[in-house]
Unconditional design. Structure first.
Length: 261
């Protein structure tokens, strides 16, 4: 997606893309980070922050999941945090009946100055960090929920694997600069080292705050093979997932059980 500062327009776009995915036979769908809002100013997110289970963005996700018969992982959206001006980057999960099954709050916040660039980001100025890894059972397997910058912290993914995860979701708004350098390498590494699927839908293009995101939404199998990818454009990217493949590979290639801590 290329989300902007108009929440209603973003939800209308997301609804169309999710309907396309359902018509294509998808049973699990994952939206990008900040799918409902890429604001003009980062602290504008607080104006749209919702409490768990309450609010128009969550209502949209619940109704859409039920209407389309999809398990729906809601990328990330603003949730109320202990501080009024900062929000959690929250990823709610809905089953095909529209019931909320889990919520993950982004743990790692993007506070960096990009090398050889004038770009810098301080997510902690507008966002509040979560603390807890979250995995949830779905028809595609047990999903470990992560968001964007989390991908640079492999210890989180090992915790999720130890909790039974066979598939990771990485909704993102990766910067163009870091995406060109690291996006595919990081995603394939997390898939290969954990013998797990990775689903990574991304924001692309230019946004209201002049930020440029990399796109390249991608689905990767547990052996590191790219199953489907789209560089940019408002669209859905689909692939067939074999829920039994991670366990099969982990038996045949027992790198995880060979760990010595």
């Amino acid at each position: 997606m290329n989300s902007g500062s108009d929440v209603a327009a973003n939800l209308q776009l997301a609804e169309r893309l999710l309907a396309d995915a359902a018509a294509d036979g998808c049973s699990l769908a994952v939206l990008p980070e900040n799918f409902a809002l890429m604001p003009n100013k980062s602290r504008d997110k607080a104006l749209y922050a919702e409490r768990p289970g309450v609010g128009p963005i969550q209502a949209f996700l619940a109704v859409t999941a039920q209407r389309l018969g999809l398990w729906l992982i809601g990328g990330s959206m603003p949730f109320v945090s202990p501080e009024k001006q900062r929000v959690f980057g929250a990823c709610p999960v809905y089953d095909s009946d529209g019931e909320q099954q889990a919520v993950y709050r982004k743990i790692h916040l993007f506070d960096v100055k990009l090398p050889d660039s004038e770009e810098s980001y301080q997510e902690s100025w507008s966002m509040y960090p979560g603390d807890d890894p979250v995995a949830v059972d779905t028809p595609a397997g047990r999903v470990g929920l992560t968001i964007c910058y989390d991908i640079r912290f492999p210890e989180l993914y090992r915790l999720l694997v130890d909790d039974g995860a066979t598939l990771f979701t990485v909704p993102a708004a990766f910067t163009k600069v870091t995406g060109e350098a690291h996006w595919h390498t990081l995603l394939r590494a997390r898939a290969i080292e954990n013998l797990a699927y990775v689903i990574a839908p991304g924001q692309y293009g230019e946004h209201a705050d002049n930020r440029k995101t990399y796109g390249h939404s991608v689905i990767i199998d547990p052996w590191g093979t790219v199953l489907a990818e789209q560089a940019e454009g408002n669209c859905h990217v689909a692939a067939e997932i074999d829920p039994d493949l991670p366990a099969k590979l982990r038996r045949e290639f027992p790198a995880l059980s060979n760990r010595r801590l």
